[in-house]
Each structure stands twice: as C-alpha cells, then as structure tokens.
Ligand binder design. Structure first.
Ligand SMILES: [Zn+2]
Ligand SMILES: [Zn+2]
Length: 183
C-alpha cells in the first residue's frame, strides 16, 4: 500500500507510523478497511483507535472528531504560521514517545521527524558534532550551573531503552535536532 506523504515525516520511515491491520478493522472516520492503520496518539473527546492513513493525512479524522495528533506545548513561537501548526496537529501522525510527544522548531517552522535513535545511530550518521540538543524540558540547573540533560547524557541514549532519542531535521536550514525522553 502506498502511504500518503507527510510534510513533517521523513518519507522513508512513514511505515513506522502505521500498523498492519491484522483484524481487518474499519477506519472509524471513513469506514474503509485499509491494510495499514494508525493506532497512535490522537487527542479527542471520543476514544478513536483505528484510522486509515488517508483520513490522517487529509485532516478528515481531526475534523470529524475535533481531535489532534499532537497536543500543544509551551515553546511553540508566537510567530509560527497557523498553517504549520494546523499541518502538524491535524494532518501528521504522531511518533511514539514515552512522554508527551514534542516536535522541535527551527526557521519558524516545525522540523520533520527523521527517526528513532540511540547515540550509536547518531554516530553512524556522523552527526555527533552537528546537532542541536532540544532544550524543551531538558534544561537543568544544578549548583547554579545550567546544562542540557540530553547533551549531558547523550551516550546513554538508546533506540529502545528507558532513555530514547528522536531525531529531527529542519526543512529550511537542514540542521539536525535531537529530542529525547525517559520512561
Ligand atoms: Zn479513513
Ligand atoms: Zn532551520
């Protein structure tokens, strides 16, 4: 099945956002039984569990259920265009974080999700000296010294572990941004 494209998701990992529909469940928005379905985070009053990729990407699921795939967080700049926020919250499936999913921003736009990463994956990509460590919820002040928790613990990052990394890239200046969270 050809998945739709998403502005804020790297094309070659789109399949990680969907699951095989082994029980032939119908999309709760359009009723179609799609071979791949979205079962991830969706903030809505109704409990919606199965959505087809099309209803995610064209915004119909968000519209029908007044839902959002990403909750709001406080460091979204006021200058962020409304269309970008709409695209992210209403037309972009959420990656699977361990805490509330956060998407970094750069050049007044959201960054696109590249992959789930551990520190070894960052090294394999040759990015260890070429990263922005996300500050959101990761600025720590200890003994009057400020440091970034992710940067200070970067070598402990694992793709599948208690401390997981999420790699993003700016759509405009191409810089890489690393977010991480703890179970
Ligand atoms: Zn659908
Ligand atoms: Zn940028």
């Amino acid at each position: 099945m050809e998945l739709p494209k998403f502005k804020y998701i790297n094309d070659n990992i789109r399949d990680k956002f969907f699951e095989h529909n082994i029980n032939d469940l119908a999309c709760e928005c359009c009723g179609i039984v799609s071979p791949l379905v979205y079962t991830g985070m969706f903030y809505a009053e109704e409990n919606v569990e199965i959505l087809c990729p099309e209803c995610v990407s064209n915004g119909k699921a968000a519209e029908k259920f007044c839902g959002e795939f990403y909750d709001y967080w406080s460091d979204i700049p006021k200058t962020m265009p409304k269309e970008s926020l709409h695209e992210l919250q209403h037309k972009t499936p959420s990656y699977r974080g361990q805490q509330q999913e956060y998407v970094p921003h750069c050049c007044n736009d959201f960054c696109k999700f590249i992959d789930y990463v551990g520190w070894r994956d960052i090294q394999k990509r040759g990015l260890e000296n070429n990263l922005v460590f996300c500050c959101y919820n990761n600025k720590i002040i200890e003994n009057d010294k400020k440091y970034n928790f992710i940067e200070a613990n970067k070598e402990k990052l694992r793709k599948k572990g208690d401390f997981r990394g999420y790699l993003f890239q700016c759509l405009h200046c191409n810089s890489y941004h690393l977010h991480a969270d703890m179970a």
